[in-house]
Ligand binder design. Structure first.
Ligand code: GLV
Length: 324
């Protein structure tokens, strides 16, 4: 039996899979464990099931020890993992693509609707308890039909978001390192453009690229910076369900404050859980606490896939969804 450490609470179905084969140290606390607690618990683990909030760096790997064989992230993004350090130490790193595609695209499109129709702002009006009444020019937003969505990063979630946009009568353009899967591109009649053209033409810019750190080839750190924001139309909206640091948050605050863009919808932030105070003061931005994949079914699917990855590596088989 190997020792498997699960850093945070995960659904029972995934724990049961692990427990059937291994000695599992699961986290039962209601609150998230501190970094210190996680580092102590991973000591001696053969496999660790991690969350996006765990920083799997040299310190973490060192705390686990040289017997560690697998780090199985319960997330599709793996910018929290130092993949090169894992490789150096012979540790397999895995993620959970596919199972969260639809849930995350739902959240992205919910943000599109909330931002363009000012629904967060509208709800705050009702909750404020102040008098309100139907009005011809009250809380008018932008209709989506005939508008263009610009998908940055045409992977599975980007495509699933584009499908929703198409169903709402939007045109689709996209930019990315690789072309969109041919069948999806044809179904969506999606045009590949470069980022400057996408920024200049899209009514809604939706981010679906991975976070690649500054200095690395194809870095996406601050891909949307002051210059990119100034290239957008002043009637356009920015949606981010990818990773916070893809956007320069201070520049976004400025762009939203000065009307350089019309609005934004964010599920992710540069320094989670901190939110730039400037964003909190603005009405033209919708703020969600990183809930992109947060459905019961999806979280069970993600945790189960991570567990199956751990089981496969510990059994000496290849990981199902290897990263890097
Ligand atoms: C969540 O942010 C994920 O990458 O799955």
């Amino acid at each position: 039996m190997a020792r498997v450490v699960v850093t945070h609470q995960i659904p029972q179905a995934a724990l049961a899979l692990l427990r059937a084969a291994h000695d599992v140290d699961s986290w039962e606390g209601q609150d998230a464990p501190s970094r210190e607690v996680v580092l102590r618990r991973v000591s001696g683990a053969d496999a660790v099931v991690t969350m996006v909030t765990d920083r799997v760096d040299q310190e973490f790997l060192g705390a686990a020890g040289s017997q560690l064989r697998a780090v199985c992230n319960v997330a599709v993004g793996y910018d929290n993992i130092d993949v090169a350090a894992c490789r150096e130490r012979g540790v397999v790193a895995t993620n959970t693509p596919g199972v969260l595609t639809e849930a995350t695209a739902d959240t992205a499109f919910a943000l599109v609707l909330m931002a363009t129709r000012r629904l967060g702002e509208a709800e705050r009006v009702v909750r404020s308890g102040k008098p309100w009444t139907w009005g011809m020019s009250v809380l008018l937003g932008m209709g989506l039909q005939g508008r263009t969505i610009g998908i940055v990063g045409p992977g599975q979630i980007g495509i699933a978001t584009a499908r929703r946009a198409k169903a709402f009568g939007m045109e689709v353009v996209y930019a990315g390192r690789s072309p969109m899967a041919a069948q999806a591109q044809a179904q969506l009649a999606a045009a590949r453009v470069d980022l400057p053209e996408l920024l200049a033409t899209a009514d809604v810019v939706s981010l679906h690229c991975p976070l690649i750190p500054a200095g690395a080839p194809d870095s996406t750190y601050h891909l949307i910076d002051a210059e990119a924001l100034s290239a957008m139309r002043d009637t356009a909206y920015l949606i981010n369900t990818a990773r916070g640091p893809v956007v320069d948050e201070a520049a976004l605050v400025e762009a939203l404050r000065t009307g350089q863009i019309a609005g934004a919808g964010l599920d992710v932030f540069e320094e989670e859980p901190r939110v730039h105070p400037g964003l909190l003061e603005l009405d033209n931005v919708v703020l969600l606490p990183h809930v992109g994949s947060a459905t019961v079914q999806t979280r069970e699917g993600m945790a189960t896939l991570a567990a199956r990855n751990a089981l496969a590596v510990l059994a000496g088989e290849g990981a199902l969804t290897l990263v890097g």
